[in-house]
Design a protein around this ligand. Sequence first.
Ligand code: PRP
Length: 180
Amino acid sequence: MLSTQTKLEVLHPAGQIAGRVAELGAQISRDYAGKSIILIGVLKGAAIFLSDLARSITPACTFDFVAVSSYGRGAHSSGIVRMVKDLDHSIEGQHVILVEDILDTGLTLAYLRGLLLQQKPASLKIAALLDKPARRLEKIEADYVGFTLPNHFVVGYGMDFAERYRNLPDICLMPPDAPE
Ligand code: PRP
């Protein structure tokens, strides 16, 4: 099946994503019944996943966002990640779920998890829409995973190629030889 907006091949159509996000939201709602949650989205890729996931969650929840920039990703296990937008509020004593579109090498989430744990949240879990274990460099797993991804580059539903395609409703496969 091809995307209606582009000629890209669809890996996960919008309807399938919606169903899986609703399942994750129901699971999170059960796990956090009677508690309140802070969802922390990692900009920009997680924005659409977070907004859909939040609407599938019944316990009280608030949002915050962080942004990071990365250097040397994929080339070295010592790839440096740097925070470029910090949290707006303290998370001390709060139940936190870090929300990511994709867990790939794990460098981003390992860095963020380390930083956030310094603030002593009551709990810290990770929700990743996509998990690409084949490229993992850090020992880190998500607590809530939408789909496990083969070693393909994907776009859509928040994910980009040179900042394009984030608005596609489906998750699509990007050909390896695509020009920017
Ligand atoms: C992507 C994704 C994660 C990170 C995962 O962000 O949103 O934050 O890479 O990769 P890792 O597990 O190898 O660290 P990207 O740098 O593409 O920025 P974006 O979210 O703004 O698209």
